[in-house]
Design a protein around this ligand. Sequence first.
Ligand SMILES: CC(C)=CCC[C@@H](C)[C@H]1CC[C@H]2C3=C(CC[C@]12C)[C@@]1(C)CC[C@H](O)C[C@@H]1CC3
Length: 218
Amino acid sequence: MKCISFIAAFVAIFYGLFKVCAKTYIFDPVNVNRICNDVIARHTNTTTQEQTRELFIDIRDSLAEFYSDKHINLYDDSKWMFNNAGGAMGQMLILHASLHEYLIIFGTATGTEGHTGVHTSDDYFTIIKGEQWAAYENEFVREVYTPGMTHHLKKGHVKQYAMPPESFAVELAQGFIPGMLPFGFADGIFSTLDVKTLYKTVVITASDMIKRCASALF
Ligand SMILES: CC(C)=CCC[C@@H](C)[C@H]1CC[C@H]2C3=C(CC[C@]12C)[C@@]1(C)CC[C@H](O)C[C@@H]1CC3
């Protein structure tokens, strides 16, 4: 009984904050796609670690130039973190996280495959290097997304997806973000037990969300 009250209170607090802090979206998926395409066109060779890092820094700087430094975090190598979710493993860098939208660079050096999860947000996944493959159940030919293309996973939809080695994307999610977090943390809590990564993810996500909520309120 106590546990149910605790969960209900937790959801109510997040939902209340979501309602208070959520104004209009800052990011526009079409515009994020355009910015990514402009940057991709400037980076014809992204074979090495340094060339790939330069691509990511240009993505971050170009997004900040359009949306301002106030909304896009600084590029910091130490802020990359692993994420295990839906059986897939990748790494991400949070550029912006609030209760109603987040923008991250997500990808994998070794390749990965898994379940997308069922989300309370629309998800726009713009490939900036490599590829993403996806398929609904009863779909026997995969969808292929290459650099510059955006894969829109609609709220509540489910697919199987894969990313071959050295594939990265800019991911924009818009909707009720707290509803996505249990999926983002479950594999860490119940499978990998990588406490250090979990701690890093919670600290960076929570501090960004509090910062964004405070700036929306005041
Ligand atoms: C950024 C914050 C604050 C936390 C999000 C943690 C997770 C919920 C996400 C981290 C990587 C995300 C990916 C997806 C869903 C949400 C995450 C697990 C997708 C499966 C969504 C559909 C896309 O086509 C592929 C995404 C891969 C990364």
